[in-house]
Design a protein around this ligand. Structure first.
Ligand code: ADP
Length: 243
């Protein structure tokens, strides 16, 4: 479903991604772990071209983009394949929960308004916000805003959902409600890639875990392999902090 080949990214002279190869199967839930500044968010953003990789190839759902000289329509094609859930929710402040979810459907996918409304209400109900359709982001808790963000991502019917530390802006008591929504979606077989610091969650929900340090994939495996018997010294050191 997803194949990244030799993805490299530099900011000025700082090479943040040093040649990432990654394959993700359909329906897989992949957690990306690693120290702060190791390149996790940059990698995720490269996957939908929010960051422009300096080199490499991205394939999602049989569409391949060569990062050297992509055309605008190639970038557009690639972006249609994924949806991002952001750390800071990134909702439109002047739109209600319902309008936020409808926006992508109506504007990007040109779905008729009434149809978009019905679908968006369904999705907001699914994330437990059926009673908050007309609330503005400022009237919602962080956890509720993030659940709107997840409904918005689902609305686009993407091949993969990219989660960028979806709970790291939340007060601890609000983390659980967001994780349980992600858990629920994971069970439906949607392909997901999740950058997270929630080790317990990664262990429970992800079928595959990737440990990144300093712009390279140091180790990958099942949660049992990676958490239970990490092979690389850097992985061991990193995991030690969470035990
Ligand atoms: P992580 O998600 O693992 O914490 P990031 O991908 O956010 O790491 O960042 C990796 C490195 O890239 C950091 O050193 C960060 O400062 C740098 N970086 C990220 N975005 C930019 C940017 N837009 N401009 C310059 N440097 C950046």
């Amino acid at each position: 479903m997803i194949k990244l080949t030799q993805i490299k990214k530099s900011f000025g002279r700082h090479q943040v991604l040093k040649g990432i190869d990654l394959t993700v199967e359909k329906g897989q839930v992949v957690a990306i772990l690693g120290p702060s500044g190791s390149g996790k968010t940059t990698l995720l953003r490269c996957m939908n071209y929010l960051e422009r990789p300096s080199e490499g190839e991205i394939t999602i759902d049989e569409f391949t983009l060569n990062c050297r000289r992509p055309s605008k329509s190639d970038i557009h094609e690639l972006r249609k394949k994924s949806a991002m859930v952001f750390q800071q929710y990134n909702l439109f402040r002047h739109k209600t929960a319902l309008e936020n979810v409808m926006e992508g459907l109506v504007i990007v996918q040109k779905v008729p308004k009434e149809q978009a409304r019905v679908r968006s209400i369904e999705l907001l109900e699914k994330v437990g916000l059926g009673s908050k359709l007309d609330s503005y982001p400022s009237q919602l808790s962080g956890g509720q805003q993030q659940r709107v963000g997840i409904a918005r991502a689902l609305a686009l019917n993407p091949k993969v959902i990219l989660f960028d530390e979806p709970t790291s802006s939340l007060d601890p008591e609000l983390v659980g409600e967001v994780l349980s929504v992600i858990r629920k979606i994971a069970k439906e077989g949607i392909t997901m890639i999740i950058v997270t610091h929630e080790m317990g969650f990664a262990q429970e929900v992800a079928g595959h875990v990737i440990f990144i340090d300093d712009g390279v994939i140091v180790e990958r495996g099942t949660p049992n392999e990676l958490f239970g018997s990490p092979k690389e010294e850097r992985t061991k050191q990193f995991l030690k902090r969470f035990t």
